[in-house]
Every structure is written in C-alpha cells, then in structure tokens.
Design a protein around this ligand. Structure first.
Ligand code: ADP
Length: 717
C-alpha cells in the first residue's frame, strides 16, 4: 500500500471537464487579479506623482505671491521714505539697498510727472539692462503701465518684454509702475523692472529645482521664463494661474518623474510573487489532495478486498505479538474455535487451549523464536490440539510466519490454522475401509483356497482312510503273522503323519485369516517367506509348480506390517502360479512351471522382493488396467489383489511394479513370464544395512518341491 509517491495508474481517474473548468476559472481569476493589481498600482503611482507635482505647483505659486508682496512692500517703502519730488541721495541709497535685497528686481527708476526718468539704480546681480538696447525702445510698455497706474491711482504692471543683455543673454522682464500723488504737485512714479526668471528662481527652492522644470508660459504656450531642470519628463504636468498683485502669470510645472514601471514597487512585486506562490501552493495542495484521495481510495479498496478475503477464507488466521498476546483473529478462526474475537484478543492464554496442554503450549511459544532462528521451516507446519467452546478437542495444523512491520522489524507471529478433524475422520474411515477390503480380499482368497483345501485335505484324509482300512483289515485278519503288529504300527504312524499334515494345512489357513495385527515390526525376509510358503506350496502343488527361494544369507531385514506384506506375497505368488497353470498353447510346460521368490538389498535402506513366474506374461491391454480395482481376466477372480498389493506397499513407502521377462534387458535372466517386485524399507539405523553376505555369489537356498514326490503316503506294496 504504497502511495502517493507512486499512484497506481489504474487508480487515476480521468481528467474530468469539471475539474478542468475549475482550474481554468482559477487561472483566469488569478490573471485578472494580478493584472488589476498591476493596473491599479500603476494608476495609484501615477496619481501620486501627479499629486506631488500639483503640490509643488501650489507651493511655488504661494512662494511667488509672497515674493511679489515682499517686493511690492519694499517698493512702497521706497516711495514713502523719500516723498520729495526729486529724490536725493537717500533714494539712491534706499533703492540700492532694496535691489540688493530683492533679486528679481533688476532696475529701479524714478520718474517725474512727465514720466521721464530722473534717477535710476541697477541691480548689483546683473549687468545694467540698457547697455545693449536703449531704454526708449522699451519705453512704450512702461508708459502704458504708468498711464494706467495714474488713471487708477494704484500700481500697474506692464506687459512683459524681452531685453537682450550683454553677452547675448536675454531676459523676459516686466515693469511695475507705482504712482505717487502729492497734493499740489504733479505725480511722480517709481518704475521697477522685474525679471520673470529671477522671480521664479527665487520661488523655487533648490530641492524642488532638482525634481521638475518650472516655467511661466503664455496662454498660447510660449515660454517666458524657466527655472529648475532644463527639461521635465513630460509625464506629470501642473499648470496654475498665479495672481501676483494684479498680474496674472501662468505657472507650469513639468516633473522629471518617469512613468511607473510595469511592476512599480517592491510591495507590488511582493504581492504578485506571494499570490503566484499561493497559486502554486494551491495547485500543489490540490495535487497532493488528489493523490491523497487516490491513496485513500486504494487503501479503502485494499481494506475491503482484505476484509472480503478474510471473510471468505476457510483457513483460520491468528496473529500474536512478541509477548504471545493475540492481536488478530479472522472470522474463520472464530467459527473454528467457537469464541468471539473479543473473547480472544489480548489473551496470552486463550480459552481454546485445552487446560491440560496450557503449560506445553506456553513453553512452545517461548522457544518459538529459538526454533525459528535454528532454521526450522515453519511452512512444514505442526499439528496440535485446540478446544472448542463446548470443550470438544480437535486436531489442527498450524503454519507460522513472523509478522513484520513496514520497517522489517518483527512485531509478532502470524499463524494459519487448519481444522484437520474432518481430514482425520476421513483418514480413519478410509483406513477402516481398507481394513474391511483387506479382510474381504483375505476371505476371498480363503474362499478360493477352499477348493484347494478340500483337494489338499482329500489326500491325507484318503490316506488316513486307506491306512485305517488297512490297519483294520490287518487286525481283523485271523491269520496274524509276525509282521502284522509292525505293519499296523507303520500304518498308524502314517495315519498320525497324515493327520498332522492335514492339521498343518488347516492351521496355516487359520493363522492367515485370524492375523489382524497391524503394527509394524522388524522382520527378516526369510521369516516372511516362511510364513507364506505353506500356503504357496498348497497352491503350487495343485498345478504341479515348483517353488524356488533365492535369499542371501543372512536374509535382509525389513520394517513392515508383516500380515499385510504376507498378504501381498500370497497374492503375487498366487497370481504367478495361476498364470503358469492352465492348458492350451499358452500353457507353461510342466517342467518349466517354476515360481521364484527372491530378495535383495538393492540400495542402502531398501530391500527389493521379487516374485517371478514362467507364465504367458502380461499384455499391454491388461497392463493398462492391472491395478484398477475389480479388474480381472479370470472367471473366478475378484480383481482386487494387485490394487490392494500396491496400496499396501505404498503405505509402507515402497513401490510395486512388474516387468515382462520377455522385455527385460540383456544381462538379466530372460524368458517368458512376469516378474512382480516391490521394495520395503530396512529398519531405521540400518540404512547401510549389513550387505547381504556375498549376495550375488551366495548360493540361493533353493527348495524345490513336488507334491507328487513328497509327503506321498507310502502305499503298501
Ligand atoms: P485377480 O487375481 O483376482 O484376477 P489381480 O488384481 O490379482 O486380480 O490380477 C488382475 C489381473 O492381472 C489378473 O486377472 C491377470 O489377468 C493379471 N495378472 C496378474 N498377475 C499376473 C501374472 N503373474 N501373469 C500374468 N497375468 C497376471
């Protein structure tokens, strides 16, 4: 469940048009907001600059007024200080003083009633005005002003005019004519020539002069005088009409400030940057949220999947922490033991432990880690007993694995628990069925043997009958000769022999049918052979076959359920004898009817036992179904023999197979017939069991019998 670093592709939902629309709207909103912010800031900056210029214009206009008022007062003072018709040296002194104090006034003239200049003083700051141009040329404006002043009885300004100074420089100036009316005398005038430029320069402080271009302009835009910068930037202009003691001047201020930058200042840049960062953050957050949602979705799916899986499992799951407390159980486990999860969680000695095993289980849990570290494979599982709520004990198979957290540290143990009680029941049932089948097969064999038995018992019984008859005859004979008692003794001893033989026959069958002991034991193969040989011989005798036993000395020992293996041997020998029996072209000639029982230790730990006949062999069709239960080619057969034989041998861990001797490899005894062989394990600890003493070279202890030649009651001559 690893996310969001890698979101599984199948979990990614398609990019829906709604979300696209949302993101589009958000982007547009951000762009509009940013643009608006920039535009407003630009406007604000421009307005601020404009306001600044307006303020400067107002300030300069105020200063101009102050300067004009000051100058006017000075001029009036000049008039009042020396009210004589022809001013004397005092005027010259006062006027010079006034000119020194007021820079804008360039020249002072005293004019008589005829408006002729009687005295004049020039400013010490500029060269005398009328060196280049003559005063008369500029008189007209002055005369007009003085005439008007006289008419109105108050000071009058002339229109401005331009005077060329020495050095080619020029100045725009205007005259101020102040009339002085004396009683009984003609009027006199003081005419002051003022420079517009100097007026402006005085009004504009040094600091203001650095920030803008100041000028007086006419209504048609002609510039009359200028101060401050040579040229303004032309972006922020302020025009103002300044009324200077009756003279209206148009002041124009042109700021040096440029247009604001696209991002006008640090604040705007910061706001823009922050809002962009915010947008990116929102985007990242949204992406993160989306991934988180996917991860949660995936987690929910995984949980649901896990839940469904847990609920559908028939295997019980149980987790325990390192201390042995139960941390998790699934529904199957609860159903198995019959307790609720709440009853089990947190328990270190759970109620499903049968009380008699609690200590043992505790101990087992304690050394679990040691066993695990010792390399025990937990996948092999172990079987143990649990207890249901109703105290019923039942077998379980447990597979354990360490429980690791995300960092790979072990936090406990996870166990898969299988209730194997049904399996054990089935196994028991199948074992019982096998037993029943075995018993049935045994009975069938016995049934088959019944005829043999009757045939076999017939002979000793007939012999007994004939010996008895002979004895009776001898005893009832009137003429006893000397041999009679001896003959009767012989006959009776023959009777006893035959009776004993018949008893042996019956006992061997009885032993076979009665033996049901199923325990495994270690036994020599010779003992196995000896146990079945009486019955085998019984069968062999009927068909005139010989039995050969080929065993190394000492005979190898095997670990087996002897009754079962004897049954196998009996089945195989019976099949071999039956294969050689019979008449017709397929029949084995009497001389070749030999059944060989052989045992060899073929490899360490295993002994191979073979039953070989000289019968017709097994055809491929028969071979295909050989081990199928109830398959038989014989009218009186049951078809269970070989299937049971194989089951028995496999239960012992061995294998049963056969070869047609005609197909056998070169080097092995060939001929006609079949060899059935099976393997059995040697007892534990004798894996390299004593090598059959000269197994190959040992002379087989061969027995050959023929019922015709042995145990045949000797007939009386
Ligand atoms: P049954 O002996 O009751 O027929 P088996 O399972 O022992 O049942 O044998 C099945 C069949 O296999 C026999 O009917 C016979 O045709 C064949 N068979 C078994 N052993 C031999 C053998 N040694 N030689 C030839 N055929 C054999």
């Amino acid at each position: 469940m690893l996310l969001p670093p890698a979101v599984p592709a199948n979990l990614l939902r398609p990019w829906s048009w709604r979300r696209a629309l949302l993101w589009g709207a958000l982007t547009v909103l951000l762009l509009v907001a940013q643009t608006l912010l920039v535009a407003l800031t630009l406007r604000y900056e421009a307005a601020r600059e404009q306001e600044k210029v307006d303020q400067v214009a107002a300030e300069v206009a105020g200063r101009l007024k102050q300067i004009a008022d000051r100058d006017l007062r000075g001029l009036q003072g000049l008039l009042w200080n020396d009210p004589s018709a022809d001013p004397g040296p005092r005027w010259a002194q006062d006027s010079a003083e006034l000119l020194r104090r007021t820079r804008p006034i360039l020249r002072l003239e005293y004019r008589n009633a005829q408006r002729l200049i009687t005295r004049s003083t020039d400013s010490p700051y500029v060269s005398p005005l009328y060196l280049q141009a003559s005063r008369e040329e500029m008189e007209i404006e002055t005369q007009l002003a003085c005439a008007a002043a006289l008419r109105q009885g108050a000071q009058q300004f002339s229109r401005s005019y331009f005077i060329v100074l020495a050095g080619g420089e020029g100045l725009e100036v205007f005259d101020l004519c102040l009339p002085q009316l004396r009683n009984g005398q003609g009027p006199s005038f003081v005419v002051a020539t003022l420079s517009l430029r100097y007026l402006l320069e005085e009004a504009v402080s040094e600091e203001l002069a650095r920030g803008a271009e100041f000028s007086f302009v006419e209504s048609d835009g002609t510039r009359l005088a200028r101060a401050g910068l040579t040229r303004g930037a032309g972006n922020y202009l302020a025009e103002r009409l300044v009324d200077v003691s009756g003279l209206t001047l148009q002041l124009k201020v042109d700021s040096a400030a440029g247009r604001p930058q696209l991002i006008p200042n640090l604040t705007t840049a910061l706001v823009l940057g922050l809002s962009l960062a915010l947008f990116v953050l929102v985007f990242l957050l949204a992406r993160d949220g989306r991934r988180r949602a996917f991860a949660e979705h995936a987690l929910a799916e995984a949980l649901a999947f896990r839940h469904a899986m847990e609920n559908s499992l028939v295997t019980g799951l149980r987790a325990r922490d390192m201390a042995g407390n139960i941390t998790y159980v699934n529904p199957a486990f609860c159903a198995m033991v019959g307790f609720r999860a709440e009853d089990l969680l947190g328990q270190d000695s759970p109620p499903y432990w049968p009380p008699e095993f609690v200590e043992e289980y505790r101990h087992r849990h304690k050394d679990r880690k040691a066993r695990w570290s010792a390399g025990e494979d937990p996948r092999q599982g172990f079987e143990t007993v649990f207890m249901r709520r109703n105290s019923e004990r039942f077998p379980v198979l447990i597979f354990e694995a360490p429980l690791l957290d995300a960092q790979g540290h072990q936090t406990g143990w996870m166990s898969a628990v299988l209730d194997v009680s049904d399996q054990r029941r089935v196994e028991e049932l199948s074992r019982q069925q096998q037993d029943r089948l075995q018993a049935t097969a045994r009975l069938a064999t016995v049934g088959e043997m019944a005829s043999l038995l009757s045939h076999e018992l017939n002979q000793p019984l007939a012999a007994i009958a004939s010996y008895s008859a002979a004895s009776l005859n001898l005893l009832t004979l009137e003429a006893h000769d000397a041999q009679t008692p001896e003959l009767v003794r012989q006959a009776v001893s023959r009777i006893a022999e035959q009776a004993e033989r018949a008893g042996r026959v019956i006992k061997s069958v009885h032993d076979f049918v009665r033996r049901r002991d199923q325990s495994r034991e270690t036994i020599g193969v010779d003992q196995l052979f000896e146990a079945v040989l009486p019955l085998v011989r019984l069968q062999a005798r009927k068909s005139g076959a010989r039995i050969e036993v080929d065993l190394p000395r000492p005979a190898p020992r095997v670990r087996c359920d002897r009754t079962m293996v004897e049954q196998v041997l009996l089945n195989l020998t019976r099949n071999g004898i039956q294969a050689m029996d019979g008449e017709g072209p397929e029949a084995t000639p009497l001389a070749q009817r030999v059944l060989v029982l052989r045992a060899r230790q073929t490899e360490p730990g295993w002994v191979s036992i073979a039953v070989r006949d000289n019968g017709p062999g097994i055809s491929p069709e028969v071979a295909r179904q050989l081990y199928t239960p109830f398959f038989t080619t014989r009218a009186e057969g049951m078809g269970l023999g070989l299937s049971l034989c194989r089951t028995v041998i496999e239960q012992h861990g061995g294998a049963l197979d056969f070869v047609n001797r005609a197909d056998q490899n070169a080097g092995e005894p060939s001929g006609r017939g079949t060899e059935f062989r099976f393997t059995l394990a040697t007892p534990p600890g004798s894996g390299s069991a004593p090598k059959p003493d000269g197994a190959e070279s040992a002379r087989p202890s061969s027995e050959s019998e023929s019922s015709e030649h042995e145990h045949q009651p000797k007939q009386r001559p």
